[in-house]
Design a protein around this ligand. Structure first.
Ligand code: G
Ligand code: G
Ligand code: G
Ligand code: MN
Ligand code: NA
Length: 253
């Protein structure tokens, strides 16, 4: 069976599962959110890397169905976790999912409604590429969501065609610094200056900053000292299945 058919089967058999990676307030060290990350474990092939199957799904159209699964699972879990802590849930959306804005809006509304999750607990992560070739429909969808209280985050910041003008044109709440900038930051002075500059720029625009790929104590201290708001990475926790994330969240309180 080819990967395409396997993915169809996996969707049918509920083999697509969301994992959750905590996002911490760097100052208080409290978990303030979680990023939902999609996982597919094939019976024969094991875990298929998300980069691989999401690219495939973007090509064969299954991405819209995967998006629906991500929204419904993540909203369901996040609604349940509100009784433990008032955390936000971040969901990734690829630009292809914005090709059908009506469908996407309907999926998000349904996810919120059927889970009972408040819109202000939902955070939507999009990449710079969405804005590179944007159309008016995308802009009004983002504005519509934001009016309802949904947060917008620009993901993988600094890796795409960064036309900085969009940061002023679009109403982003947060900016996520791509983890590639942090990898060797303790030794690479130019990456260090880049991270510093990104944080300063976001602050000037009143956008909060998340650093991903936080792997060491050094990272957390550097980021905190530079005024970065939130951190996410293996230093705190890898992405976890919902039940394991729930244990972590419970014990962190
Ligand atoms: O854990 P990591 O290997 O999870 O994820 C690889 C990439 O796959 C991430 O950069 C992320 O953007 C993408 N990804 C993970 N989960 C989802 C999802 O639910 N929807 C979309 N569109 N992309 C996702
Ligand atoms: O999430 P992270 O970047 O750590 O994941 C790297 C790869 O390992 C991903 O492609 C993912 O599908 C897979 N993976 C994530 N969590 C687990 C896990 O708990 N067990 C196994 N075997 N693979 C995982
Ligand atoms: O959507 P996005 O590209 O931002 O997805 C985040 C990716 O980063 C996921 O693949 C996740 O497993 C991975 N990730 C999360 N924390 C770390 C980390 O500390 N180090 C590395 N190398 N990868 C991480
Ligand atoms: Mn992301
Ligand atoms: Na990223």
């Amino acid at each position: 069976m080819d990967l395409d058919s396997r993915l169809r089967q996996a969707i049918k058999n509920n083999r697509i599962e969301m994992y959750y990676q905590p996002i911490l307030d760097l100052e208080t060290k409290q978990i303030v959110g979680a990023e939902a990350l999609m996982r597919w474990e094939d019976e024969k092939l094991g875990f298929i890397p998300p980069d691989e199957f999401i690219l495939l799904a973007e090509k064969n159209g299954l991405i819209h169905r995967l998006g629906e699964i991500a929204i419904s699972q993540a909203c369901y879990h996040a609604a349940h976790w509100q009784s433990i802590a008032p955390i936000k849930i971040s969901i990734n959306f690829s630009s292809v999912q914005f090709r059908y804005c009506d469908t996407l809006l309907a999926q998000i509304k349904k996810g919120l409604k059927s889970s009972g999750l408040a819109a202000n607990k939902l955070d939507i992560e999009v990449t710079e590429s969405l804005l590179f070739n944007h159309n008016d429909e995308v802009v009004s969808l983002l504005e519509d969501l934001r009016r309802q209280g949904v947060e917008l985050t620009i993901d993988d910041f600094g890796t795409g065609y960064s036309a900085l003008s969009y940061l002023q044109k679009f109403p982003f709440d947060k900016l996520k610094i791509d983890r590639s900038f942090l990898i060797d930051i303790d030794q690479n002075a130019s990456n260090r200056e880049l991270v510093s500059a990104i944080i300063a720029m976001a602050k000037a625009l009143n956008i909060r900053i998340v650093a991903e790929g936080v792997e060491t104590k050094w990272h957390t201290e550097y980021l905190l000292q530079r005024g970065c708001d939130y951190g996410q990475g293996y230093y705190f926790s890898k992405p976890l299945p919902a039940d394991e994330f729930e244990v972590l969240l419970t014990h962190s309180r």
